[in-house]
Design a protein around this ligand. Structure first.
Ligand code: SAH
Length: 370
């Protein structure tokens, strides 16, 4: 059995990213302000600029004395992410940003516009230690965890683009956040929780976005799901199951050697019980690997009495992969079988394929260029 020691280990980071107000609690923002010899309310003021007005430009902070703005900006809003490239597709309705962090590490986020919402898909780690063989990010291993500041900055950047009016839909509001970019969010637990607070706390302490509009997607780290259950943050949980049998899952999602399907579903059920939130089961349909009707049957039986919804994702083949998406008829049969068990099922649209939309592909292709 492979040794899976990465679950809660913080990989060594040579030089930590500068501390940002998004790494602090509201109280800490006020404390830091006092430590600077300023009144506590300056800490709240700068949070208001950042979370309410989405501004990290000190020139706009007119309620703060001009001679203080540069020092406050340095302390609270150091630049953590720098845009390297943006690719757009679907008539500008999908936009993928590649970001460079302070140490040159690359991560990506994707903004997807729909008639009724604007969703950003963000990265919680640079790389990933979970090693799922069909995932581009998994192939490069884990580089490092992101700080809450680095994760939050991706969200605030997306919120800013939405508010700018530069998108084809005009001015809009960022409404949904999904932790489905690079990384395993529950393996970078504390920064992810801090980010969830930055998202859900009302202005000026956070962005004031409802936890219902936030999805944390996990490979199935049972201890992480259990901890999240106790947090009292009622975000949507998504579990990347990809097959209903342990035998195949051991190879598709190697952490399954440690946390079996039965335990993962039990943890998700407990989350559902505590939060009242239906959870999602993610299932990448891979031709002739996990798309057989007997597997759909087994999945239907596993889920029929659970409060779960299945999200089928046509496999987005990674470069050099021997696997591809299921045939149309197999996908339809899979849906039909699940529905026959009364299991709610949707097939995810495949946004951004031509811009390396799959998890980790843009960062991988950028690395390959260098
Ligand atoms: N570590 C988290 C987030 C990963 S990305 C998790 O495992 O849930 C979000 C989803 O995209 C996961 O379900 C992941 O398995 C899936 N995914 C990754 N690569 C994919 C690909 N090439 N095609 C389709 N889905 C993919």
């Amino acid at each position: 059995m492979t040794e899976l020691k990465l679950v809660f280990d913080e990989p060594v980071q040579k030089k930590k990213a500068p501390r940002h107000l998004a790494d602090m609690t509201p109280e800490e923002r006020r404390e830091v302000s006092k430590e600077m010899g300023l009144p506590a309310f300056r800490g709240t003021q700068v949070a208001t600029h950042y979370f309410t007005h989405l501004s990290d430009n000190p020139d706009e902070w007119t309620d703060i004395p001009q001679d203080l703005r540069a020092t406050i900006a340095e302390k609270f809003t150091p630049k953590l992410i720098e845009l390297v490239t943006t690719r757009t597709t679907d008539n500008g309705m999908t936009r993928k940003d590649l970001w460079k962090l302070h140490d040159g590490v690359l991560v990506e986020s994707v903004l997807m516009l729909y008639p009724d919402r604007a969703t950003v898909c963000i990265s919680s780690q640079a790389g990933c230690g979970m090693n799922c063989p069909f995932c581009a990010t998994g192939q490069g291993g884990l580089t490092r965890n992101l700080t809450a500041g680095e994760i939050t900055e991706q969200i605030v950047a997306a919120a800013r683009v939405c508010a700018s009016g530069a998108l084809p839909v005009g001015q809009t509001r960022l409404s949904n956040i999904v932790f489905m970019g690079m990384g395993e969010p529950l393996a970078n637990y504390n920064p992810v929780i801090q980010t969830l607070k930055n998202i859900t706390l009302p202005n000026p302490d956070g962005l004031g976005i409802s936890a219902r509009s936030v999805t944390v997607s996990t490979v199935g780290l049972v201890n992480g799901i259990e901890k999240l259950t106790e947090e009292g943050i009622n975000c949507t949980l998504a579990v990347s199951l990809h097959t209903p049998d342990d035998e195949l899952r051991d190879s598709l999602v190697p952490i399954n050697e440690r946390f079996k399907i039965r335990e993962v579903l039990a943890a998700a059920d407990a989350y559902e019980k505590k939060t009242g939130r239906r959870y999602s089961i993610e299932y990448a349909l891979i031709r002739d690997i996990n798309d057989q009707s007997w597997r759909a049957d087994l999945l239907g039986r596993l889920l029929k009495s659970r409060n779960a919804h299945v999200n089928l994702i046509p496999l987005n083949p990674t470069p050099g992969s021997k696997w591809t998406a299921s045939r149309r008829e197999d996908e339809q049969e899979f849906v039909r079988i699940l529905e026959s068990y009364g299991v709610p099922v949707t097939v995810r649209d495949t946004r951004g394929r031509e811009i390396d939309g799959a998890c980790g592909q843009l960062a991988a292709s950028e690395k390959a260029k260098n």
